[in-house]
Write a protein that binds this ligand. Structure first.
Ligand code: UD1
Length: 430
């Protein structure tokens, strides 16, 4: 199994191209189930999760062809992929596939809307919390779906004439349930109004793509989304928006090591709250023509308290990385996680590098230390694993991160992007 070896101590200087957002690409790919025409997505990142979802979509009858690559310095960083689902050949998403990636549960929305039925395995537990699917079920029931749970599967059927538009207010903000309800409502009879909807940029990206396919959605990016049902959707061409989590991760890496890096093909507006926290920690952040410049020279890292929240709050997907940064601050900081109940697994691993962190409920107290020391550490989930990379970049000596497959789910060419900026990072295959 691959591991990542980091020798810490180098500043980062150079340019890092930011990939298309994994969390936008996945629902956009799933939207291809809604039409018999071709949906072309540009700027799709090359990631294990994208490959896994491609296998799942293939199972439902989606034909997938990759025919364009964006080349940069001899490497391809993004792909243009065509998704065509002439017919849905199978409305069942089996446990073997869904259990590998939670987002694959989201196929329930388009399958139900287009075919009137879907049988989708419950996603099962997940390392960062229990992550139930009650909101999906309640929301689809509001659109008049009949839902039964049997043998670990959700069996959903639409009324004879199709789903029926309705007003539904989420009791809790959920990105996934907003994606699914929005997709299902595009082909429903009548109008759906979703209240307390997720405002994440990836939700707006999906809505914009669905509108390009002929849907009638307004209010995306706000807490109230209105979807007027249409009879059918057509194909479209859509560019996946930049990955704000990857952007924030590399900005934190520069804040950690010091240096001067341009994050290219990204947009500050996607992550205002996180960038403000990095600024308060001591980095200078300015817009450039095509992205963001992050600089930290001289002064050390200042302690900053954060609380994770749904967008536009501080993203839970950057919490672990920010904790990595705070391990070397010159004071005491507090990080409170409000989205997932078990998202502190990186604490023990950061401690192996010499970090001083104590947990009390959902809040971590981080006492900054002047030096971290390299050690063998284990990646526990996608975002936690990259916090270990950030800490390793600033630790003395060698840090060896095992279980790298977590990183490969969400970070395209991580070691290359960092190495080009002067870091000592390499993949070791056993
Ligand atoms: C998405 C992102 C993930 C990010 C998360 C929160 C993708 C592929 N994943 O995950 O990276 O960390 O948003 O920004 O886009 N919940 C329920 N019942 C439900 C659904 C959710 O209680 O039916 C809870 C969850 O357990 C969690 C909270 O709602 O506590 C938010 O989860 P949600 O926004 O749904 O996360 P995901 O869409 O799974």
């Amino acid at each position: 199994m691959d591991r990542i070896r980091i020798v810490g101590g180098n500043e980062l200087h150079g340019v890092i191209p930011i990939s298309g957002a994994k969390n936008a690409a996945l629902p956009l790919m799933i939207a291809s189930l809604l039409t018999d025409d071709t949906l072309t997505l540009e700027n799709v990142p090359h990631l294990a999760d994208v490959e896994q979802l491609s296998r799942i979509l293939g199972n439902h009858g989606v034909d997938i062809s990759v025919n364009g690559r964006r080349e940069r310095q001899g490497e391809s960083y993004a792909r243009t992929i065509h998704f065509t689902c002439r017919n849905i050949v199978d409305t069942t998403a089996p446990y073997e596939l869904v259990s590998k990636m939670r987002a694959s549960f989201w196929v329930i929305g388009p399958l139900l809307a287009r075919e009137g039925k879907a049988r989708v395995s419950l996603p099962g537990g997940c390392a960062i919390g229990t992550r139930p699917v009650d909101l999906f079920i309640e929301g689809l029931q509001a659109l008049s779906a009949n839902i039964e749970i049997d043998g670990g599967y959700v069996n959903a059927t639409a009324p004879a004439g199709g789903l029926i538009g309705a007003r539904y207010t989420f009791p809790k903000v959920s990105v996934g349930a907003t994606h699914v309800l929005m997709m299902a409502a595009t082909l429903a009879n009548g109008t759906t109004v979703l209240g307390n909807a997720a405002r994440e940029p990836e939700v707006a990206d999906l809505a914009n793509c669905l509108n390009a396919m002929g849907a009638k959605i307004t209010g995306q990016g706000t807490a109230t989304i209105t979807i007027e049902g249409v009879r059918s959707l057509s194909g479209a061409r859509h560019r996946v928006l930049p990955d704000r989590i990857e952007t924030g991760t590399y900005a934190m890496a520069v804040a950690m090591t010091g240096g001067d890096v341009i994050l290219e093909d990204t947009d500050m507006a996607l992550l205002d709250t996180a960038l403000e926290a990095i600024r308060r920690a001591g980095a200078e952040i300015t817009p450039t023509n095509s992205g963001i410049r992050v600089v930290r020279n001289g002064a050390g890292i200042k302690p900053v308290d954060i609380v994770t929240d749904p967008f536009p709050g501080f993203p839970t997907d950057l919490q672990a990385q920010f904790m990595g940064l705070m391990t070397k601050s010159n004071g005491v900081s507090h990080i409170t996680e409000t989205i997932f109940e078990n998202r502190f697994m990186h604490v023990q691993e950061l401690a192996r590098l010499g970090a001083k962190i104590s947990l009390s409920g959902q809040t971590a107290k981080i006492e900054g230390v002047s030096r971290l020391k390299g050690a063998p550490v284990m990646a526990t989930d996608l975002r936690a694993s990259v916090s270990l990379v950030i800490a390793g970049l600033a630790a003395e000596g060698e840090t060896m991160v095992s279980r790298v497959y977590h990183l490969d789910r969400g970070f395209e060419r991580l070691e290359e992007k960092l190495t080009r900026c002067g870091a000592h990072v390499e993949r070791v295959s056993d």
